[in-house]
Design a protein around this ligand. Structure first.
Ligand SMILES: Cc1ncc(COP(=O)(O)O)c(C=O)c1O
Length: 502
């Protein structure tokens, strides 16, 4: 791209030095075509603007009739890490701050981790596509106990559908939603991008959340959009991945009230326990829209949650969708052709884990442990002059703005590539820009200058990653920018079993 630099000489001479020219070009470096990190991204399957053939390996023929969804954020980041030497055997030498899962080992004060499961003969059979009845009852009971004490309308097992993971819950839902306008916000959880692209009957309507407003969802504006644009569905993660902000109290009440006025409100509440109270007495409090639902069968509020994050059991694939009875029967149908239901023995093993007393103990231990990790990471980032504008009050993610760093380190994709050289994984912000057409210049995305750091992993891994950031920043200070933005390893090999990092 032709670019004529407007130069200010830092050397005090009228004629700019070569250094001035390079600095100026770097400062104005603003199109993805000029950046190696961005070109690697665009050449990975599925990241071309939509309308062009999409394959994972661009040398391959496209299979007739197949529109390849390309690589998701999970796969892209794993592939790039693997191109830089990350694999199962070397993984302990890496800091995976991209990890979208919490540490799964013991933490202080928490009940013992489950380590055996029984497999009764009956559990060798298929489980119903809505899940094992006793587990559905345990989920309904937990929500009634935690959020609905004293309310006339209570959840029963008929309001609960067990699903094999949160993403499966989302796709079961998407498969039964008709041709409607669906409101979503940017940034939000990466998988919504693929769900909104794959299930074409959902017509996506985006709203960009404003950092000036702490990424708050403006409920009044949402109400206006419902009226003027005919939005039928609102989808959001709450607490929100990746910004770590949460809609609570009256605002959440207002949001739920929309579900009594003809709009379906789908809240993905996977981080409902990851709330960090200021007062000790508030430990053990979690947030759910279930508290504000008036009639469990009349209000069209749909909740997705499960064992993945709160119980720190991502490998179990036991999750649930809660909503009006009529929705649950619809999800049973979509489950019967999409996934066939969650693992039967693990559903049985999950039942005692939903006991309210067990849950209380898990929640308190988790909140104390993760709050300490959050504070530790924020303090270390501050010491690195990477202060976080909007610190997370929930989830285990930090949405880090890189804008103040010198170019090209000031964009998420380049920062990600530079950290891979230091055996550290973070997630470039653009993956949270739910932009199903993938057309805009990546530099124009509101998420482009961000990375998401996870404090899900154990503290020692977090420190390894922060040490790596320290090395990158020291190198930049010492040697300048000339070594950055280039020399990235590429590989055409598609790994057999990518490690999930998002
Ligand atoms: C907001 C949100 N919802 C759902 C999920 C996925 O859950 P699962 O792994 O059970 O499919 C994630 C995982 O990162 C998430 O962040």
């Amino acid at each position: 791209m032709a670019y004529t630099p407007k130069l200010n000489s830092t050397s005090g001479r009228n004629t700019p030095t070569f250094r001035d020219i390079v600095r100026d070009v770097m400062k104005h470096y603003k199109h993805e075509k000029e950046s190696e990190a961005h070109q690697i991204f665009r050449n990975a399957g599925g990241h071309q603007p939509k309308g062009l053939p999409q394959t994972v390996n661009i040398e391959e023929e496209t299979v007739p009739g197949i529109e390849h969804p390309g690589s998701t954020g999970v796969i892209y980041c794993s592939d790039r890490a693997m191109a830089n030497g990350f694999n199962y055997t070397s993984s302990h030498e890496w800091a995976n701050l991209g990890q979208g899962a919490p540490e799964v080992g013991p933490i202080p004060g928490a009940p013992e981790r489950p380590n055996t499961i029984s497999v009764p003969l009956d559990s060798l059979e298929y489980a119903p596509t809505t899940g094992v009845k006793a587990l559905r009852e345990a989920v309904a009971n937990l929500y009634n106990h935690t959020y609905r004490e004293g309310k006339a309308s209570q959840y029963t097992y008929e309001n609960v559908c067990i699903v094999p993971g949160g993403r499966s819950g989302l796709s079961r839902l998407a498969a039964v939603i008709g041709d409607v306008y669906t409101s979503y916000q940017i940034p939000d959880y990466t998988a919504y991008d693929q769900v909104l692209s794959a299930f074409k009957r959902l017509v996506p309507v985006p709203t960009a959340l404003d950092p000036k407003d702490k990424y708050r969802l403006d409920i009044e504006q949402t109400k206006k959009d419902i009226r003027t644009q005919g939005l039928a569905v609102v989808l959001a993660s709450n607490p929100r991945n990746p910004t770590g902000q949460v809609i609570k109290g009256n605002e959440l009440k207002e949001l739920v009230s929309l579900s009594r006025e003809g709009t379906t409100v789908i809240l993905d509440e996977f981080y409902s326990w990851y709330i960090y109270p200021e007062n000790n007495s508030d430990y053990g409090t979690s947030i759910s829209s279930a508290k504000y639902v008036e009639d469990v069968n009349e209000d069209s509020t749909v909740i997705i949650d499960g064992l993945t994050k709160n119980w720190r059991l991502p490998g179990w694939r036991v999750c649930w969708v809660i909503g009006p009875k009529n929705l649950i029967t619809a999800l049973s149908q979509s489950g019967s052709f999409l996934d066939g239901g969650a693992n039967h023995p693990l559903q049985l093993a999950a039942i005692p884990l939903l006991d309210p007393l067990h849950v209380k103990q898990e929640k308190i231990a988790l909140q104390k442990h993760f709050k300490a990790k959050r504070d530790h990471v924020l303090a270390r980032l501050k010491a690195l002059h990477l202060e976080v504008d909007i610190p997370p009050t929930s989830t285990f993610y930090i949405w880090l703005n890189l804008e103040k760093l010198p170019a090209p380190l000031n964009n998420g994709l380049t920062f990600f590539e530079e950290l891979l050289k230091e055996q550290t994984i973070v997630i470039p912000g653009i993956f949270f820009d739910i932009n199903p057409a993938h057309r805009r210049n990546l530099f124009n995305s509101p998420c482009h200058h961000f990375v998401r750091l996870s404090f899900g992993p154990p503290l020692k891994d977090l420190d390894m990653g922060l040490d790596a950031m320290d090395r990158v920043l020291k190198k930049a200070k010492k040697a300048g920018m000339k070594e950055f933005g280039q020399g990235y390893k590429t590989t055409n090999e598609v790994p057999d079993s990518p490690v999930q990092v998002v």
